[in-house]
Ligand binder design. Structure first.
Ligand SMILES: NC(=O)c1ccc[n+]([C@@H]2O[C@H](COP(=O)([O-])OP(=O)(O)OC[C@H]3O[C@@H](n4cnc5c(N)ncnc54)[C@H](O)[C@@H]3O)[C@@H](O)[C@H]2O)c1
Length: 260
C-alpha cells in the first residue's frame, strides 16, 4: 500500500510503543511515508523513543530533542529538519502536558495560574509554534498538520480538568490555523482519540474508569486501538482527504455519541 509514497514529515510525541504518535508513525510508514522524530530531552527519553522507533523497523532514525516549551529548541529542530529534508508533507503533533496533581476530580478550581498556563502552552500553543516553523518548507508542496484531541474538550470528563480546557484551545487553534494556512496548501485537523492506555492517560485521575466504561457504553463496546487512530492519520495525511481542513474526527468507537 503506497498511499503516502514519497511523503516525508515530522512526528512529535513518541515516548514509547504505546504512544498514539507511535501508532500513527507506524501506519504512515506502512503506507510508504518517511518519518523524522523528536523526543523529550534527556538520555532516558531518547533511549525509550529510539527503542520504540526501532520496533517500527526504522533502525537509524532522524531523531532530535525537543521540549515544546522552548522556542530555541523548536527553532533548532525545524532548521535541522530543513537541512536534512527537501519537503515536509506532514507534521504530527501528539503531545500534551499538565501537572498530574491537578488532574484529579474536584481539583479544577484549585489550579494555580502557572500550572494552567503551562498546560495550555505545551498542549495547545506549541501547535502554533510548530505550524509557524513548518510553514516555509510545507508550503513548497502543501501538507497536512495533525494533532490529537479528546472528548473532554467538549463535555466535562471528571478529572480531565485543565486538559479539557487545553484541548478546547487546541481544537479552536486548529480552525484558526487552517483558515490562515489554507492558502499555502496546508491543511490542519485534529483527531479526537478514544481512551488508550498510555503514560499520559495514566496521569488523569480516574482514566481507567473511562476505559472500563467504554466496554459497556461505546457503540462498538470496546476501547479504540492505536492502529485505528493511525489509519485515520493516514487518511488525513494522504490526498484522500484533500478537501478536509479545520476539522476534528472522532476515532473513539463512537463513545462521544452517547449521552446519559
Ligand atoms: N491516551 C489517551 O487516552 C488519549 C486520548 C485522546 C487524546 N490523547 C492525546 O494524544 C496525545 C499523545 O498522548 P499519548 O496518550 O500517546 O501519551 P504519551 O505519554 O505516550 O505521549 C505524550 C507525549 O507528549 C510528550 N510531551 C509532554 N510534554 C512535552 C514537552 N514539554 N515537549 C515535548 N513533548 C512533550 C511526551 O514526551 C510524550 O511523547 C496527547 O495530545 C494526548 O492528550 C490521548
Amino acid at each position: 500500500m503506497d498511499l503516502l509514497s514519497g511523503k516525508k514529515g515530522l512526528v512529535v510525541g513518541v515516548a514509547n510503543e504505546r504512544s498514539y504518535a507511535w501508532h500513527i508513525a507506524g501506519a504512515l510508514i506502512e503506507h510508504g511515508a518517511t518519518c523524522a522524530f523528536t523526543h523529550m530531552p534527556g538520555e532516558k527519553h531518547e533511549r525509550r523513543a529510539r527503542r520504540a522507533i526501532g520496533e517500527l523497523g526504522v533502525s537509524d532514525p532522524w531523531l532530535k530533542p525537543l521540549d515544546a516549551g522552548s522556542d530555541d529548541q523548536m527553532d533548532a529542530v525545524f532548521s535541522a529538519y530543513a537541512e536534512s529534508f527537501d519537503r515536509m508533507d506532514f507534521l504530527i503533533h501528539s503531545i500534551a502536558y499538565a501537572e498530574r496533581e491537578w488532574l484529579v476530580p474536584g481539583k479544577f478550581v484549585e489550579i494555580p495560574r502557572q500550572a494552567f498556563l503551562n498546560a495550555i502552552d505545551i498542549s495547545a500553543y506549541s501547535l502554533v509554534g510548530m505550524a509557524r516553523r513548518a510553514k516555509p518548507i510545507m508550503s513548497r508542496t502543501g501538507g497536512s498538520i495533525l494533532s490529537m484531541s479528546y472528548y473532554g474538550s467538549q463535555k466535562v470528563v471528571l478529572g480531565y480538568n485543565v486538559m479539557g480546557v487545553a484541548k478546547a484551545c487546541l481544537e479552536c487553534t486548529t480552525r484558526y490555523l487552517a483558515s490562515e494556512l489554507g492558502e499555502y496548501g496546508i491543511r490542519v485537523n485534529t483527531i479526537s482519540g478514544g481512551y488508550l492506555r498510555t503514560l499520559s492517560a495514566a496521569a488523569v485521575g480516574g482514566a481507567e474508569g473511562i476505559g472500563d466504561a467504554n466496554h459497556h457504553r461505546a457503540p462498538l463496546r470496546r476501547n479504540v486501538e492505536g492502529g485505528e487512530v493511525g489509519r485515520t492519520a493516514v487518511y488525513l495525511v494522504s490526498d484522500l482527504s484533500s478537501g478536509v481542513t479545520g476539522g476534528n474526527i472522532f476515532v473513539d468507537c463512537g463513545a462521544n455519541t452517547i449521552g446519559i
